[in-house]
Write a protein that binds this ligand. Structure first.
Ligand code: GTP
Ligand code: MG
Length: 280
């Protein structure tokens, strides 16, 4: 359940040879999985979201498709789709954090991401199924053009540094500048100080991480993909904040509070926003 993109103009489509996600015993809601990933990613990443009949944002339409001789029922299995992005220097552990969240596993071999990759996981918040489409960017400078192209459609961005690498922490300010330049103004952000399991090689104190986040008014957590510390918490917190912002916005735009319409002002249109949907 995932794909890799190496060229900016290509559109991501998971390889058909890839196996569907393994059943994780129902512990986590890897909802829709492989089938959904391909379906959703057929929609434009930065395009305007579509609205389903319930007035909730979605990016696909129910239907059926034939794949490999099997007819799939493509009924939508979620209420919201949130697009998240992981950014940060190469080697800080972005891929491992995502792998921990999506597969509940860890790999100590460093395989640097080429371009961009994604994973899907569906979670439940307040009785709603939230499908998280999480994009994992390459930290290496040479992929900057392609990875930056993904900022615009992101509803939430995780900025990751490595607590054992001072430079990766200093660079968080640069990553924030990138967001300010390329992402939607109302994107939710969170800073993660990863690898907190290796305290003996720590170069950045937790207090410095907290202070940096406070300076920017962003939430902060120390995580460990390896020891599974705060990974779940971080993604749930970000998703919760996006949902709260979205619900508030929808409520505010609806005179009766029943999602009858979203008024888009010319000002809002100028600055691309993931709230630019029109409710029918
Ligand atoms: P790029 O894809 O190049 O941008 O790097 P990345 O940020 O995705 O780093 P990746 O997840 O590939 O991890 C880099 C190295 O750090 C790997 O060897 C991982 O095993 C290791 N690593 C990742 N997370 C942790 C962690 O929480 N603790 C420890 N001890 N090692 C970690
Ligand atoms: Mg990576």
């Amino acid at each position: 359940m995932g794909g890799t993109l190496g060229v900016a103009s290509c559109f991501v489509s998971p390889s058909p040879s890839r196996s569907p996600p393994k059943d994780l015993g129902g512990r986590r809601g890897v909802g829709g999985g492989y089938r959904d990933a391909q379906w959703d990613l057929g929609q434009s990443w930065a395009g305007a979201p579509q609205i389903d009949k319930g007035g909730v944002q979605c990016w696909g339409a129910a239907g059926t498709s034939r794949r490999g001789g099997i007819v799939c029922n493509m009924a939508k299995t979620y209420d919201y789709l949130f697009k998240l992005l992981l950014i940060g220097d190469s080697g800080v552990g972005k891929t491992c954090v995502l792998f921990r969240f999506s597969e509940d596993a860890f790999n100590s071999t460093f395989i640097s991401t080429i371009g961009i990759d994604f994973k899907i996981r569906t979670i439940e918040l307040d009785g709603k199924r939230i499908k998280l489409q999480i994009w994992d960017t390459a930290g290496q400078e040479r992929f900057r053009t392609i990875t930056t192209a993904y900022y615009r459609g992101a509803m939430g961005i995780m900025l990751v540094y490595d607590i054992t690498n001072e430079k990766s922490f200093d660079n968080i300010r640069n990553w924030i500048r990138n967001i300010e330049e390329h992402a939607s103004a109302d994107v939710e952000k969170m800073i993660l100080g990863n690898k907190c399991d290796v305290n003996e090689r720590r170069q950045v104190s937790k207090e410095r991480g907290e202070k940096l986040a406070l300076d920017y008014g962003i939430k902060f957590m120390e995580t460990s993909a390896k020891a599974n510390i705060n990974v779940e918490n971080a993604f749930f917190t970000l998703a919760r904040d996006i949902k709260a912002k979205m619900d508030k916005k929808l409520e505010g735009n609806s005179p009766q509070g029943n999602n009858q319409g979203v008024k888009i002002t010319p000002d809002q249109q100028k600055k691309s926003s993931f709230f630019r949907c029109v409710l029918l």
